[in-house]
Ligand binder design. Sequence first.
Ligand code: MLT
Length: 327
Amino acid sequence: MKRRNLFATAAAAGLALAPLGAMAQAYPTKPITVIVPFAAGGPTDALARVLTARMSEALGQTMIVENLGGAGGTIGVNKAAKATPDGYTVLFTHMGTLAVNIALYKTLPYDSQKDLEPIGLGGTNPMVLVTKKDLPAKNFQEFLAYVKANQKKAQYGMAGIGAASHLGGLMLNNMMKVDVLEIPYKGTGPALNDLVSGQFDYMVDQAVNVLPQIQGGNIKALGVSTLKRLPQLPDVPTIDEAGLKGYEVTIWNGFFVPKNTPKDVITKLNQALVAALSDEKTRARLIEQAVDLPTAKEATPEALRDQLKASIDKWVPAIKAAGVQPQ
Ligand code: MLT
């Protein structure tokens, strides 16, 4: 886990933290819309709001989050990909909508590598297997036995085909060899509310969203998706150690703009992101919520382009190998 603030090095070298006023163009001269392709109150929304609050200060203009959930995030991503490439529409999304869903949809209305330009990585999140409070399972083994025995009635929540929670749940169910009913939502913010009130049985979601409800005792955490336990949940085993050897899913989130956005606009947005990622208060808030923050080297547009390609190369064959048919 990369927790150190390595942005100090970049600042010392006068690279990424050069004053925004030094740029030739006047951009931005009006508020910037940031499309989050999931409902408010979920992990993508939470990360976007924390980062853009600090980025707005760096840019001297408000960044307004617009939540456009539905169809596993594809509606919002498509709107952002087709927007005027002037820097006033920015997308904040995760690898599910840009890489994973290539394997899960027969056709997508956008090409994530051709229609979007990366700005930079916002953070990578571990996931947690959470269940409703009164599910009769105290640990992962009991959960596995319960779901196997109740396949006709067990239900898991997710944020649509290709969502991060879909990937987490899909791989889990596949490795548990169970077939359970999917309950799709426009985001795991609303899904979490329904899990707390016991409307469905379980979900695999990003820690940033579920930690407060776990810590408040409103849902149960039975496994984490990383190969190492989380410091925030020291008593919760990894899903790998609990019995599903090789289960590992983490979710990166990043900023993008439509293709053909001017280079200097991309540079300014990246500088604002770097300012947010180097801000101690912002860092502390995100690290506390188990977000793995990128180093200065990992926060460049080029690094995000590579990350997107690596995720496509990893997850598209993995999903095919799991025998999941595109819809
Ligand atoms: C997902 O499952 O893709 C996310 O949790 C969506 C969200 O931010 O709600």
